[in-house]
Design a protein around this ligand. Structure first.
Ligand code: MG
Length: 362
């Protein structure tokens, strides 16, 4: 029986996506160690490994590792430069399949998406069956592997997916959720960045369970309001909704920096400029928007998209810019170099002729 208000959230995440895409168009590389990343230049190359297949991982290679180090470990692996246009094309096809099987769909990066399937999947059995359907369809139509995590919220779905990799499905019920994560190190908790993990470690919290049992006030002293979220998450609680973003109808702008930058002042200034351009388009279109999404692409080509739903439809420039800056400030990993940022507004409503107060309130 399904408890009232119980949510079923899935995270579908492609396995070694860039390398899997390369294997697809170059089948001769399949079964051999394959690295997608910067040019290794016989060990003198700069930059990092973006992703590598499981054959390469057997030798200890992994994403984020300096390409020179990867080359020292495995000089005879196949090194391929990234082709993001091709990956984006494949990503669109993957996302179509995921979306077809969702009540609500939120793409969070080029190769992963959260879906809320509470309406269409009844309990564990239904959720597992649906995960199989998505996984098999991605495999059958695109010949790409993925993993699926299923849980009562986004946090648990993400962490179940990590545990299911590669090529697996894992279901964690609401009752099992706390136990599922309590032995894991705090830096494995979804959303915890390097800096937060270091701070937690210095406070003596090594596992998620220790953080869950910590005094909330002491966590708040150290992290402010964010401490409440951290503490809840450690207790397997995550109330955030699957936030529909990147709808077909959307208006967006992106900007690539001449040089990768970690200067938050410069990035925020750029967000203001893009926000103004997006607003100009919104004005021209006559639409109002409900959702603002910020995209950050880091220098290692990792890409993050974060969205926020406004309380009501808006056509205001301030709403675009302020929401974008709040999202950026909340999710940006300080010190990480950024290559590109973007802002997109979606959930568009035709504003003209219905501009009455309260019209868009839910
Ligand atoms: Mg992935």
């Amino acid at each position: 029986m399904k408890a009232i208000n119980m949510r079923i959230i899935m995270l579908v995440d492609m396995d070694y996506f860039y390398a899997a895409c390369e294997e697809l168009r170059r089948p001769e590389l399949k079964g051999k160690p394959l690295v997608v990343g910067a040019d290794p230049k016989n060990g003198a190359g700069r930059g990092v490994v973006y992703t590598c297949n499981y054959e390469a991982r057997k030798y200890g290679l992994k994403s984020g590792m300096p390409i020179s180090m990867a080359y020292r470990i495995k000089p005879d692996a196949f090194y391929v430069l990234p082709d993001f246009e091709y990956y984006e094309e494949m990503s669109k096809k993957v996302m179509e399949i995921i979306k077809e099987n969702a009540d609500k769909f939120e793409q969070v990066s080029i190769d992963e998406a959260f879906v809320d399937v509470s309406k269409r999947a009844d309990g564990e059995k239904g959720a597992r069956a649906l995960a199989e359907i998505v996984k098999n369809k991605v495999k059958d139509t695109l010949n790409l592997p993925c993993s699926v995590g299923i849980g009562p919220n986004k946090l648990i779905a993400k962490m179940a997916c990590n545990a299911a990799k590669p090529n697996g499905i894992m279901y964690v019920s609401e009752n099992e959720a706390k136990k599922f994560i309590e032995e894991m190190p705090v830096n494995d908790m979804y959303g915890v960045g390097k800096k937060t993990a270091e701070k937690l470690a210095s406070m003596g919290y090594a596992t998620i369970g220790q953080l869950a049992n910590a005094n909330l006030m002491s966590i708040m002293d150290a992290f402010g309001a964010y401490g409440i979220e951290l503490h809840k998450n450690a207790n397997a609680i995550d109330e955030s909704e699957v936030q529909e973003n990147y709808e077909v109808k959307s208006i967006g702008r992106e900007r690539t920096f001449y040089e990768n930058t970690a200067d938050t002042g410069q990035i925020i200034k750029t967000l203001r400029e893009i926000g103004k351009e997006v607003h100009d388009e919104v004005e021209k279109s006559g639409f109002a928007f409900r959702v603002v999404t910020v995209k950050i692409r880091y220098s290692n080509f990792e890409e993050h998209m974060k969205s926020k739903s406004l309380a009501r439809a808006s056509d205001s420039q301030d709403d675009i810019i302020n929401t974008a800056i709040v999202l950026f400030s909340k999710y940006y990993e300080n010190g990480e170099f950024v290559r590109k940022v973007g802002i997109r507004v979606s959930n568009l409503t035709n504003y003209k002729g219905q501009k009455k107060i309260g019209q868009f309130e839910k």
